[in-house]
Design a protein around this ligand. Structure first.
Ligand SMILES: [Ca+2]
Ligand SMILES: [Ca+2]
Ligand SMILES: [Ca+2]
Length: 271
């Protein structure tokens, strides 16, 4: 497992770059939206700041929880749940809107490799979450319950594990789009469509990929889809955790305060 955050995060930015982005967007949009961006970005990157919610999409195989970008993070002041679909008792605080579509071991099941206790390149003896082919669900949506969880998760992700039949000639290949929504139900952005698949549908695991996002303001809903690509596919390792936001550094608060004051001055001057 590569511990380098820069490898996973699609929009890395240094503090100076973030300052420049924030200033340019402040001029274009006003302060309220900038504050939202900062709320989602702060504490996403150890020792740095990101202007947008970081979407995580490592281009490496996910074979066990040790390959999760969240595995080394400290959730001791909140919670962390991993749903591995190995039994019918699901983790709390999440509604799987495609229904109970867990499948157990079979010749075509594509669980995360290590769930069967054997990193052997196959997930056929584990469990996964299946669209229900033929004519299955092209989209899975997961909604998080703020009350039950005592706060929305700040770190969420899942593992795409398989695509089967797709419009010819693309069987066993397709694209995935991953989208997240904030505490108000507004879109935080998306990643994809990302090409996935290895040409096989018999539980092979080297193709399995993590998709996730971090937002300190909380994530209320996830959507992952292969719409237009396939309705015969699987995911696994839905994971969601909450950590307390890191307080804004005093210098950042001072800058934001200055920006708000500057905006008021400009509006007054224009009026
Ligand atoms: Ca295995
Ligand atoms: Ca599993
Ligand atoms: Ca697979």
């Amino acid at each position: 497992m590569d511990g380098g955050w820069s490898r996973w995060i699609r929009t890395p930015a240094t503090d100076k770059q973030v300052m420049r982005i924030a200033l340019s967007r402040f001029r274009a949009r006003g302060p309220s939206q900038i504050l939202l961006l900062w709320v989602c970005g702060v504490a996403a990157l150890p020792g740095s700041l990101s202007a947008m919610p970081p979407f995580l999409e490592p281009n490496t195989s996910y074979l066990s929880i040790n390959d999760s970008p969240f595995v080394a993070l400290d959730f001791s002041n909140g919670y962390f749940h991993l749903e591995d679909f190995e039994n019918d008792v699901f983790t709390p605080g999440v509604t799987l809107t495609a229904g109970d579509s867990r499948i157990g071991a079979s010749d075509l099941t594509d669980s995360v490799d290590g769930d069967d206790g054997n990193l052997d390149g196959f997930g056929t003896t584990g469990g996964s979450y299946f669209s229900g082919s033929p004519g299955g669900a092209p989209t899975f949506t997961f909604e998080f319950n703020e009350v039950e969880l005592d706060g929305l998760p700040t770190h969420v992700g899942l593992v795409w594990t398989d695509v089967g039949f797709a419009p010819p000639p693309t069987d066993f290949f397709g694209t995935v789009t991953f989208e997240a929504f904030d505490s108000q139900g507004d879109g935080l952005g998306s990643t994809g469509p990302t090409g996935v698949g290895d040409g096989f549908a018999s539980g092979q695991t080297a193709e399995d990929r993590f998709f996730g996002v971090i937002c300190d303001g909380g994530v209320s809903r996830l959507s992952v889809t292969m719409a237009g690509s396939s309705d015969d596919w699987e995911i696994d390792h839905l994971q969601y955790g909450r950590s307390a936001p890191v307080p804004l550094p005093a210098a950042v608060l001072l800058m934001l305060s200055g920006l708000l004051g500057l905006n008021r001055y400009r509006r007054t001057a224009v009026a």
